[in-house]
Design a protein around this ligand. Structure first.
Ligand code: HEC
Length: 123
C-alpha cells in the first residue's frame, strides 16, 4: 500500500537534486558562455604592430648601435632574416637579456619597432 504521501519523500529525494543539478549546471554553463572574465590582452595575446617605417627610424636610433643600422648584427645578434616571431621579439624587448636592457621602447614606439622587425624577420 503506498499512498501519495508515502511516495512524496522518495520524489523529494529524486526531484530536489535533479532540479538543483539543472539550475546549478545551467547557471555555470550560461556564465561560461558569457565569458565575463576575459583574459587581459597582452601576455599570450596577439602582438600589436604599428608603423614599420617609423619603426625603422626608432630601430636605427635605439637598437642600431648594438644590432647594426640595418639589423645586420654587431654586439647584438643579427635580426635581419632571423627566425624569430614578433611575440619572441616583444618578450626580448620587454625583459631584455644579457647586456640588452629591457624596456628600451614601449607602447606605440614598441609597436612600430615590432612592425619593422616583422618585415625583416625570416618569413
Ligand atoms: C646594449 C646593446 C643592445 C641594444 C641597445 C639592443 N639590443 Fe637587442 N640584443 C642585444 C644582445 C647582446 C642580445 C643577445 C641577448 C642574449 O644573448 O641574451 C640581444 C637580443 C635581441 C633579440 C633576440 C635575438 C635572438 O636571436 O633571440 C631581439 C629580438 C632584440 N635584441 C631586439 C632589440 C631591439 C628591437 C632593440 C631596440 C629597441 C634592441 N634589441 C636593443 C643587445 C642590444
Amino acid at each position: 500500500m503506498s499512498t501519495p504521501e508515502a511516495r512524496w519523500p522518495l520524489r523529494r529525494i529524486v526531484l530536489v537534486p535533479l532540479v538543483l543539478f539543472v539550475v546549478v549546471s545551467g547557471t555555470a554553463f550560461t556564465l561560461a558562455k558569457l565569458h565575463l572574465a576575459k583574459p587581459a590582452a597582452g601576455a599570450a595575446g596577439p602582438v600589436t604592430l604599428g608603423d614599420a617605417q617609423r619603426g625603422q627610424m626608432i630601430f636605427k636610433q635605439t637598437c642600431g648601435g648594438c644590432h647594426g643600422m640595418n639589423a645586420e648584427g654587431k654586439i647584438g645578434p643579427r635580426l635581419a632574416g632571423a627566425h624569430l616571431t614578433v611575440a619572441q621579439a616583444k618578450t626580448q624587448i620587454d625583459n631584455g637579456s644579457g647586456i640588452m636592457p629591457g624596456g628600451l621602447v614601449s607602447g606605440s614606439r614598441e609597436a612600430d619597432v615590432l612592425a619593422y622587425l616583422a618585415k625583416i624577420f625570416a618569413p
